[in-house]
Design a protein around this ligand. Sequence first.
Ligand code: ATP
Ligand code: MG
Length: 394
Amino acid sequence: MRLRLTLTYSALFLLAGSVLLGVTYGLVANSLSVNSAAAASLKASKYAVPASGVCSSSKVPAQQMARCKQQAQDSLLKAAAASAAAEQAQTLDHLLYYSLGALGLTVVTSAWLGWIVAGRALRPVHAITAAARRASEENLTERIALTGPDDELKELADTFDAMLGRLDAAFASQRRFVANASHELRTPLTVMRTAIDVTLAKPGRTQDQLEAMAAEVRDAVEHAEVLIEALLTLARSDRGVRGRELADLAVLAEDALDAASAAIKGRPVAVEARLRQGSTLGDPVLISRLVTNLVDNAIRHNVPDGWIRVETGTRGGMAFIDVANSGDVIPADSVPSLLEPFQRLSDRAGSPDGTGLGLSIVRSVVIAHHGQISVRERQEGGLEISVLLPGRAG
Ligand SMILES: Nc1ncnc2c1ncn2[C@@H]1O[C@H](COP(=O)(O)OP(=O)(O)OP(=O)(O)O)[C@@H](O)[C@H]1O
Ligand SMILES: [Mg+2]
């Protein structure tokens, strides 16, 4: 690129110089030819009288004398014109040689300067290339941090830095996710192994003890199944929406409340449902999972004798579902992290009553459907979650 830029500068300089030289040469040649014709006739007229003296001495008739004078005049004019033309040619030749010499010199100088300027201009590109080479999955912490004028290359470097920042955050979150998922998956396995080992270590184990161990193992297997199923759902929604079908959030919310009726009675919680049609186009399985997760959370993370409010409908051309519930007071700064995988308010990693993936799935489904989600803590305790999904036409 440096060579190309230098060659381009030089070629343009040569072109502009040649045009300038051509124009100057033409103008000088033109003015010289006008001047030399005038100078020739002036010279001829100056020497005309002395030249005619050549004819006056001899005793020839007047007619011959006139012809002689005319011939002398003509040859004088021709000689003057020839000398003026020779002078003009010499001047033009000098002009051409010196101009071409100067042009060659300046082209070489401009090529040298162009090479230096192009090198300087492209220096940040080398910095960007070097940073891109150094960047790898293990090392995304370095930044170019280009200083200097606010030009296109600075913009490119800043964009590159921002991209490295995003990649760094994405890889870090992926590593965290893998570590958390492994930890969560290991927990039920540890529970099973401990239950089996402890029971088998007892010399005179009874039928009851064996059955208790089997029940414990079964619970752990169930938890692992739920966890794996949640992980698969998350992976599926992260892949994006495959087939889109019409789904009504009101119907899905009603189904979710029906399915959770045992839990509602068990806690118990008061339910307020304002379900109006909220049609959206999307993956029905994922959207149904979104609604179920929101309703389940509102019931599960509630206080005894609390309440939940579920509202669906259409707002600003989009289908919405708002779920609010009473509950413990949630610190405002921990609200955004609830949408991250395996984040729970109480530190209950590996607890059997939740995988910590419910809200991550909700967010992933919302993103896959190009919707919006907002989560707000309630001052009196509990949470308010609002999800907007593109309307039927959207
Ligand atoms: N409606 C809610 N009210 C109060 N706290 C909530 C509510 N929804 C979620 N939370 C808090 O956010 C945490 C994360 O929720 P999320 O649904 O992701 O996981 P989970 O409910 O613990 O497990 P599961 O994967 O089984 O849903 C919960 O553990 C709870 O502390
Ligand atoms: Mg949940």
